[in-house]
Design a protein around this ligand. Structure first.
Ligand SMILES: Nc1ncnc2c1ncn2[C@@H]1O[C@H](COP(=O)(O)OP(=O)(O)OP(=O)(O)O)[C@@H](O)[C@H]1O
Length: 487
């Protein structure tokens, strides 16, 4: 019997015993590797899955690596997608080797292949890596040639379903997975251009010390925003959303921005208005931003005269040869024609003094949500202790919570005391001394409304009304005494 007839005989034997496309393909490939000459082997091997699939009444799609843009995209997307489906411990690698070649089959699951169920349809995947000695005569070329493909099999009757919904699902999910894996960047403007570094701020919604409800409202709002592409298109509005974060220094405005960027996986463009030479530069920087990004202008009240549009003429001279950015420039950036240039943008302005800003800047559509970052109350304190010392209860909590209701301490100040020692008791003791000192320095003036100072989420339209209510509540709590002004 010649070698080819031997192979066919063996194949028949294995085919009879095999129970699935994947198992059969793997066994058959082993036989082919052993008995067929090089050229024939390469040809047969990658068509094998299709042939065997047909035999089993299944449709098999072979998705090859490095073969045309479209299939390569799909190969890339599918390997990314499948990565999330494989448990690292179940990954199995088997290799058939002889003197000249290695034929490696990676089964992506415990068994021979990975099974993925999507919309009730079962899809079976198998990755095949085929290596053999290269016949290339070019100097420097690799001595081994490698071909990779994914064999996807599913019941024939789901062919259209796979094309219409499974493949788009894979492409979409792989984009999301890649976005989540991507290292975020922090862009800063310098001499009219964006320079970037890696954004490595570890803040997340989990680490933020804020009222739970407020935090939930913010992150739910972000989640809703990114899923509303079609909605914004339908209502004819640029796909962007503005957040104003206001409150004293050290209350977590920058931390919240970082947590928002980490949650959305958006790069941050930190715009320093003082480093810009007029509105033309501003426009150029805006047009240089990518989509899916956050534009941040910190301490906007300090960067520009943004109190009253009537004050501004044309661009004002700031220094010899330099022009200042005007309020109209900023309004255009946030909400005007310029802003329609990109999509899926978040704009965040921060200020310590909201009432110094021109109302035009604050109105809904420009700043859709006003978020008050307040002093540390009992809940914020508990969050910080749990972050810094991993404890939920301690005998010193009661005194600290009492003190926090009496004095204005920022989360930054509380965090600073908590980080002083690895021992929770020592750190809490140090916090008590700090708060008692603060109370002494504050004299008879009663400050802060404890936890209430955190519940500051406001819709732009309602901000005036809420301002009035805040004053009322403040005076009720302090028995008519005004809160200490931080301005
Ligand atoms: N709400 C918070 N939750 C958790 N940590 C906080 C919070 N606020 C402040 N911190 C801690 O204090 C540090 C300083 O806070 P952050 O820079 O976010 O405040 P800020 O309001 O942006 O201050 P500024 O107005 O001075 O820029 C943070 O790195 C963090 O460690």
């Amino acid at each position: 019997m010649d070698s080819q007839s031997q192979a066919i005989e063996s194949a028949k034997k294995y085919l009879a015993a095999a129970t699935s496309v994947a198992a059969t393909a793997m066994l058959a490939r082993t036989i082919i590797s052993a008995y067929f000459p090089d050229e024939l082997r390469r040809l047969i091997s990658s068509s094998l899955d299709k042939l065997i699939g047909h035999f089993y009444g299944e449709h098999v799609v072979v998705i090859r690596q490095n073969e045309g843009l479209l299939t390569n995209d799909l190969y890339d997307a599918a390997t990314t997608y499948l990565r999330t489906k494989i448990s690292p411990t179940s990954k199995r690698l088997r290799a058939n080797k002889n003197r000249h070649r290695t034929n490696i089959i990676i089964s992506l699951d415990d068994g021979e292949c990975l099974t993925d169920i999507f919309e009730g349809v079962q899809y079976k995947w198998q990755l095949v890596i085929h290596r053999e000695r290269s016949n290339s005569l070019y100097a420097g070329s690799s001595p081994v040639e490698e071909a990779r493909w994914l064999a996807l099999s599913f019941h024939r009757k789901y062919r259209e379903v796979a094309v219409a919904s499974y493949f788009p699902h894979i492409l979409e999910r792989s984009k999301e997975i890649k976005a989540a894996d991507r290292q975020l960047k922090l862009y800063m403007n310098e001499l009219g251009n964006w320079n970037c570094v890696h954004l490595q701020h570890p803040a997340t919604s989990e680490t933020l010390a804020m009222e739970v409800e407020l935090k939930k409202t913010i992150f739910d709002d972000l989640a809703r925003f990114v899923n509303r592409k079609e909605y914004y298109k339908r209502i004819g509005k640029a796909w962007k959303r503005g957040y104003l974060l206001f409150g004293p220094p050290g209350t977590g405005k920058s931390s919240l921005i970082a947590a928002m960027a980490n949650y959305l996986r958006f790069d941050i463009y930190d715009l320093d208005l003082n480093g810009i030479n007029g509105n033309t530069d501003l426009k150029r920087l805006l047009f240089g931003m990518a989509n899916k990004s956050m534009l941040v202008i910190e301490d906007i009240d300090c960067s520009i005269n943004v109190q009253n549009r009537d004050d501004e003429g044309s661009e004002t001279e700031t220094e010899p040869g330099g022009k200042a950015v005007t309020l109209s420039g900023i309004l255009n950036l946030i909400d005007g024609l310029w802003s329609a240039n990109g999509e899926e943008r978040i704009i965040v302005l921060t200020t310590n003094y909201r009432d110094r800003l021109d109302p035009a800047l604050l109105r809904p559509g420009r700043m859709d949500m006003h978020i008050h970052m307040g002093y540390c109350g009992p809940n914020g304190f508990r969050k910080l202790v749990s972050n810094y010392h991993a404890i939920d209860e301690h005998p010193l909590f009661e005194e600290i919570e009492g003190l926090l209701k009496e004095v204005e301490a920022t989360p930054a100040e509380v965090a600073e005391e908590l980080i002083r020692s690895d021992g929770a008791g020592i750190a809490l003791g140090s916090l008590i001394l700090f708060l008692r000192d603060k109370r002494k320095v504050g004299g008879e003036e009663v400050k802060g409304r404890g936890e209430e100072s955190h519940d500051g989420i406001q819709n732009g339209l309602e901000c005036e009304k809420i301002d009035r209510e805040e004053k009322k509540v403040g005076s009720e709590i302090t028995g008519g005494r005004k809160r200490k002004s931080r301005k």
